[in-house]
Write a protein that binds this ligand. Structure first.
Ligand SMILES: Nc1nc2c(ncn2[C@@H]2O[C@H](COP(=O)(O)OP(=O)(O)OP(=O)(O)O)[C@@H](O)[C@H]2O)c(=O)[nH]1
Ligand SMILES: [Mg+2]
Length: 199
């Protein structure tokens, strides 16, 4: 039986914000991290997943999430909102320190079961997206690719853009999900997919 599908999502709480690796909570439960470019919709996807309106802070302004933000789901799974990458207006120095923090976290976190890599279905893949996916592949970190904001374009545009992104990442359509934080499209598939990493 699946782990995530069994959760009732009634008990979700903010745990802590981590600015340095030494502040990480004990790796005593399975963990799922959410990564993607700044403003892509990471926090919104998390809120949709846990059925909360705004527990994970979202913003129309990019660069809102600046630390690793830990949430505890039903006292059994950690969810981690990662700072967005690739926002030009964030000073280079800050970007570099996020990068060190995120990379250090991804390569050392023993209870990390899966990284949800989120990209915007409306836009072409950016080099930073591919770098992240390649990095996860070569470091053997399991990940799920999610194309979000699907509600913002037509059905035909979805398949067109999806195919372009697939080619860029080198995946088939069955290896990624379409998602919308606004409508809830893709939530069930995401839960199912995540479950295969949590067992
Ligand atoms: N229509 C629509 N809007 C979305 C969707 N996902 C996110 N948004 C909007 O996109 C903006 C950014 O969303 P966030 O969830 O804050 O993005 P983020 O990736 O967490 O941003 P940072 O923390 O700054 O990196 C907000 O205005 C959201 O309302 C979606 O699926 N559909
Ligand atoms: Mg965010």
């Amino acid at each position: 039986m699946s782990i995530l599908a069994k959760q009732n999502f009634t008990d979700v709480s903010f745990l802590t914000s981590v600015f340095a690796l030494k502040q990480l909570p004990d790796p005593d439960m399975p963990e799922i991290a959410f990564a993607g470019r700044s403003n892509v919709g990471k926090s919104s996807l998390m809120n949709r997943l846990i059925m909360r309106k705004n527990l994970v802070k979202t913003s129309a302004k990019p660069g809102k999430t600046q630390s690793l933000n830990f949430f505890l789901l039903d006292n059994s799974i950690y969810l981690v909102d990662l700072p967005g990458y690739g926002y030009a207006k964030v000073p280079k120095k800050v970007q570099a320190s996020w990068q060190t923090l995120i990379t250090g976290y991804l390569e050392s976190r023993e209870n990390l079961k899966c990284v949800i890599v989120i990209v915007d279905l409306r836009h072409a893949m950016k080099i930073a997206d591919l770098q992240l996916v390649d990095w996860l592949r070569s470091n053997g970190v399991p990940f799920i690719l999610v194309y979000t904001k699907a509600d913002k374009i037509s059905t035909s545009q979805r398949s067109k853009n999806g195919a372009i992104l697939d080619a860029g990442f080198g995946v088939s359509a069955s290896e990624r999900l379409l998602f919308s934080a606004k409508t809830g499209m893709g939530r069930d598939s995401l839960i199912q997919s995540l479950d295969s990493f949590l067992v």
